[in-house]
Write a protein that binds this ligand. Structure first.
Ligand SMILES: Nc1ncnc2c1ncn2[C@@H]1O[C@H](COP(=O)(O)OP(=O)(O)OP(=O)(O)O)[C@@H](O)[C@H]1O
Ligand SMILES: [Mg+2]
Length: 303
């Protein structure tokens, strides 16, 4: 059966993109949609801004957004490192790395002080896009780190030596608010919260924001919430529109202008182990992540 979202005209599932003139374009909550210009190439690279892609709810589009935002930023000439910080290894798989065949993974970076990030990082088939892969080994780290000194800062320490080589580091968090996620928040400059457009989506966000505030108070005073990114949006349903309106009421302009529509092209691209920007470069899903990349650069959240 063909999914509804792949029917012709599926771009209506996405909020309208800005027209060249920017006139009359509105985002999903009716705010004027700015035209996000193609950013200038960077004169020099680094140091990277680290963005944690975080939501303790499962299946909301964290990994999909990490891969596709990363690929869209890489297309703009940004040097991007994806950090797979989930033992499921989905971000690694999504850029073509087999987690079962790794000699070293992010687990070794965390647990073995003789291992450097540069020893673990792998290139991907996409120019400017590297990955620090993960596999099931990482599931042991949560327990093993508990006894460590400065256990919340282990990822930050591990990433520090490579930050000058990248413009943006995206950390794909696992669906939990445990010690690994706290490590990601401690390492990060900003948090991007992918939020599935469904009814209970907002329920966990208060707890996530509380966790972010605790990390800011105790560990990382400069941590910012960069934005809330609605995912799996379907403009034909009142429901999707209501969720986004509620997010706007509660969080104001933390709600990004860009929304990501629901389409089977995303799971299809994952099966092909490619970002959608490579798998279906002209699909509205690819355009949406390119717009997100330009929006974050325009907001100063990415270089
Ligand atoms: N915009 C979208 N439209 C349709 N399907 C999507 C979309 N975004 C993600 N998906 C699919 O939904 C599933 C969950 O997405 P993803 O793995 O990115 O979520 P996640 O938040 O990383 O999940 P987890 O919490 O398990 O790590 C995947 O099968 C993915 O292909
Ligand atoms: Mg994931």
């Amino acid at each position: 059966m063909t999914a509804v979202s792949d029917a012709p005209g599926n771009d209506t599932l996405f909020a309208p993109a800005a027209t060249e003139s920017g006139e009359e374009a509105r985002d999903a909550v009716g705010r004027p949609l700015p035209h996000f210009p193609e950013p200038e190439p960077l004169a020099q690279h680094g140091p990277a801004r680290i963005i944690a892609m975080c939501n303790q709810k499962g299946g909301v589009g964290k990994t999909t957004s990490t891969i596709n935002l990363g690929a869209a930023l890489a297309e703009l000439g940004r040097r991007v490192l994806l950090v797979d910080f989930d033992p499921q290894g989905a971000a690694s798989v999504g850029v073509g790395v087999n987690p079962h065949e790794l000699d070293l993974s992010v687990y070794n970076l965390l647990m073995d002080r003789t291992v450097q990030a540069a020893d673990v990082i792998l290139p991907t088939a996409i120019d400017n896009l590297d990955v620090l892969p993960a596999n099931i080994d990482l599931s042991a780290a949560e327990v093993q780190l508990v006894g460590e000194v400065a256990r919340e800062s282990v990822l930050a320490r591990g990433l520090r030596p490579v930050l000058d080589q990248y413009d943006v580091v995206l950390v794909d968090c696992q669906p939990s608010l445990g010690l690994l996620t706290v490590n990601a928040l401690t390492a990060a400059h900003g948090v991007l919260i992918p939020l599935e457009c469904e009814f209970f989506a907002l329920r966990g966000v208060a707890l996530l924001v509380e966790t972010i505030e605790k990390v800011r108070d105790r560990l990382n005073p400069d941590l910012e919430i960069d934005g809330i990114l609605p995912t799996m949006y379907d403009s034909r349903t009142l429901h999707s529109r209501e969720v986004v309106a509620r997010v706007h009421e509660a969080f104001g302009n933390t709600l990004l202008h860009t929304v990501i529509g629901r389409t089977v092209k995303f799971p299809d691209a994952s099966v092909a182990a490619e970002p959608i920007t490579a798998y279906a470069p002209n699909h509205p899903g690819a355009l949406a992540y390119r717009q997100l990349a330009r929006e974050l650069i325009a907001r100063g959240d990415a270089r």
